[in-house]
Structure formats: C-alpha cells, structure tokens
Design a protein. Sequence first.
Length: 69
Amino acid sequence: MWGNDAAALVNSMIFSKFPGACPLDFLFPASSNKLSTVGHFAIEGAMGRRESVEPIVSHQMFIDYESKQ
C-alpha cells in the first residue's frame, strides 16, 4: 500500500509535469483507497442505495468520499 501511494505521489508531483507524460500515465498506479471506504460503497450497493445516484462507483467517488471524512 505504501509503495503504491509513493509511486502515485511521485507521478503526480514529478513525472506528470513533463511534456508528453499523459500517454505514459497508465504506467503509474493511482493512490490506494481505505478499506473502510470500499466497505461503505459495498454496503450502499448491497442495500440498493446506489440506484438513485450514479450506479457505477468511480475512483473519483472514492477520493471525494475520503476527502470529506
């Protein structure tokens, strides 16, 4: 987990600043999510509470949820 977060941080702070870095962005991982966040969205989906909102959970939704806590 820490190695993944470190690689994502290096990518966002250093490598993404280079010209032409966008096509190589898939080589670097995204930052990891907390298990409690994954559990929250799993429970919401299992209880059928996600249908009124967008039914597919994206990585950005995870980031937005974690930033509110």
